[in-house]
Design a protein around this ligand. Sequence first.
Ligand SMILES: Cc1cc2nc3c(=O)[nH]c(=O)nc-3n(C[C@H](O)[C@H](O)[C@H](O)COP(=O)(O)OP(=O)(O)OC[C@H]3O[C@@H](n4cnc5c(N)ncnc54)[C@H](O)[C@@H]3O)c2cc1C
Length: 316
Amino acid sequence: MLDLPNLQTNVPLAPLTTYKIGGPADMFVTVHSAAELTAAVTAAKGRGIPYFVLGTGANILVSDAGFRGLVIHNRAKSIEVDTERLQVTAESGATIGEVIAAAAELDLGNLEYFTVVPSSVGGGVRQNFHFVEVDAAQWAASGEIVAGETQYLADRVTAGVVLDEAGKVHHVDHAWFEFTYDYSLMLDRPVILLATTFQMTRRPRAQIEQQIAASAAWRAAKQPLLADFPSCGSVFINIPGVGAGRLIDQAGLKGRSLGNVQVSPKHANYLVNLGGATAADVRGLIEAVQQEVQAATGQLLETEIGFVGDWSTWRS
Ligand SMILES: Cc1cc2nc3c(=O)[nH]c(=O)nc-3n(C[C@H](O)[C@H](O)[C@H](O)COP(=O)(O)OP(=O)(O)OC[C@H]3O[C@@H](n4cnc5c(N)ncnc54)[C@H](O)[C@@H]3O)c2cc1C
């Protein structure tokens, strides 16, 4: 057993994911600072125990069998605002929403495009969270929802602090992350993000709140809402210029279900939990969608979500 304060055993992971799916973690610890996060990772590595850093659980599917090892629930969320440099430095377990709120208090914005749905700083930077910029002024004036350019979290990241594979802490710059669409170097290297600095701009708090409201309106119009339909957002990587959801729709799969999981009739790239769905149902529906889309369109859809835990028995 690991020597960590507040270590728990056999902790259900489903409530800690937006899918509300998944079995228990054999070992589980919640960390509240970058130092505690580092200590937990170091302890697991030292004992050769598999570990997983969990943010808000919005981009993962946890297996029904759960996780054999240590899940580290990252709630390290100290946030510092530098009003001279117009920068915010946040520990990686802070949610993007918490960072936005702290900066907005001082009329600093620039992250308001990346909210409404859950994301920790760590999960968001790793995946280069992106979302369309909804025209907030037009939406406020007329209620019309007009989507503009895609905004990328990476474009706000100026620096980070990472714990590398050897247990060393490094201060890295923007270039280190090698950001592209849905990608950062963190997807290929098992480093842990401890903190990130974001470049902000002066923006009145009311304007930030209006942008968030416009984004929420866009999501309500186009996507199944998390409160009604647990999901992990888009399951498949978008194919530029084609769109994953459009291919699924073309293959006639909207509304298709397996067990209690359904291809959302509202947004085909969302496979939603209708209530009581299992991880095996989701995997099964993912495979069915991939096969049928390939047969109908010739395109192979790849998954963007992470499969976490023990999948050795999911087909049985
Ligand atoms: C309804 C809905 C809508 C969504 N819409 C969008 C959208 O518009 N755009 C978009 O980009 N995404 C979207 N997503 C996906 C999700 O919100 C993002 O991918 C988010 O950034 C995931 O962050 P997280 O904290 O939940 O990560 P988690 O799901 O907790 O973890 C994801 C991965 O990141 C790793 N990780 C987490 N923290 C760290 C760390 N500190 N260091 C190293 N690795 C870490 C985990 O180990 C795991 O491998 C949506 C999700 C939902 C549920």
